[in-house]
Design a protein. Structure first.
Length: 316
């Protein structure tokens, strides 16, 4: 099968199209013929080993696995113990820490973070949902966002931000999205009640206090965030570094505020919940660009610029 191999850590050119062996499903696995995947912010961080610690998890000199953490495709064959899926099912979801979605085929256990793809979504539209969707849902559930709460989402136009707006609305919050001027209409169209253009207005100085601030891009200092948080507010830092994590632990211990950081975990129930929301029209895909598998280096270059609108899909 065709796959993108990461020949070493480095610039997008290290991603090379190669012929590799097609995987065979084990008894509890399904073989998925991948129709679409996506390039997410996490993918380029692994490709360039940023931070250095990436090497301890993925391989010292180059990633051991094919990259790509999300997929949408069709079940081509199943192991003898598989009950949840049948040949021909259209599925989408995350590959978890095994990655491997930059390829024509992937085997996953039937209890992986997968769901049946809604018919109204194309494979490209479905493939871009799990990364932002699962990340946003994990943090929203941890923060226990509830009806009527004032929630501010900073970095509202990225993969995590666009999912966070839609999910916070599902949980009944009053949502303020912060993005640049070019993305105001997009953020409004996803359901944000108020939109702030960060190039024109500093939301930490407008006198408002939010019950939950969900930061997806780590561009504002910790102390600035605290200025705009209620006394018992929750601060979610999806891309916190070590320094913010330590400040978060201290703030959670010494005040009525709670700071949530760390790495998300994904599960099948959340994926199915998101799928239901997609079918109900409460979650839509935000697709900025679509590239072919052969153009993956180009897609990485674009995503790494840090200004994509929602997501970038890859047609396999
Ligand atoms: N904790 C976890 O387990 C976990 C899981 C998944 C993701 N993450 C992290 O979540 C972060 C967000 O991921 P993502 O995929 O959503 O990122 P992304 O899609 O690459 O974010 C792009 C968006 O960021 C906005 N942006 C850039 N600079 C900004 C600034 N100064 N102020 C406000 N917005 C700005 C851009 O809007 P403009 O063009 O308008 O500036 C763009 O729409 C990443 O750091 C990722 O590593 C963490």
């Amino acid at each position: 099968m065709k796959a993108i191999i990461c020949t070493k850590y480095g610039s997008p050119e290290v991603l090379q199209l190669r012929e590799v062996e097609k995987p065979i499903p084990k008894d509890n696995e399904i073989l998925i013929k991948i129709k679409a995947t996506a390039v997410n912010s996490g993918d380029y961080r692994i490709r360039k080993a940023d931070p250095f610690a990436v090497r301890f998890f993925f391989g010292l000199t180059k990633p051991k696995n094919i990259l790509g953490g999300v997929l949408s495709g069709e079940v081509e064959s199943i192991g003898k113990d598989v009950k949840r899926f049948k040949v021909g099912d259209e599925v989408f979801g995350s590959t978890g820490m095994s990655f491997g979605a930059y390829a024509e085929y992937k085997c996953l256990p039937e209890n992986a973070t997968l769901a049946i793809k809604p018919n109204s979504f194309s494979h490209e539209e479905a493939a871009v949902i799990p990364f932002g969707g699962n990340t946003a849902l994990f943090f929203i559930k941890k923060a226990k966002i509830s009806k009527g709460q004032k929630v501010l989402i900073y970095g509202a136009s990225g993969a995590v931000g666009t999912a966070a707006i839609q999910l916070a609305k599902v949980f009944g919050a009053h949502v303020t999205g912060v993005c640049s001027g070019a993305n105001i209409d997009l953020v409004k169209s996803l359901g944000a009640d108020t939109v702030i253009d960060y190039t024109k207005e500093d939301f930490t100085r407008n006198g408002m206090a939010y019950d939950v601030i969900f930061d997806t891009v780590n561009k504002i200092s910790f102390s600035q965030y605290l200025k705009a948080l209620t006394e018992k507010g929750v601060l979610i830092l999806a891309s916190a570094g070590i320094s913010e994590m330590l400040q978060g632990v201290w703030t959670s211990m010494t005040s009525g505020r709670k700071v949530i950081t760390g790495v998300i975990s994904e599960n099948t129930e959340d994926m199915i919940f998101i799928k239901q929301l997609m079918e109900e029209g409460k979650i839509k895909s935000v697709l900025d660009r679509t590239y072919n598998l052969e153009q993956i280096a180009e897609a990485h270059t674009y995503v790494e610029e840090g200004h994509k609108k929602g997501n970038v899909a890859i047609k396999v």
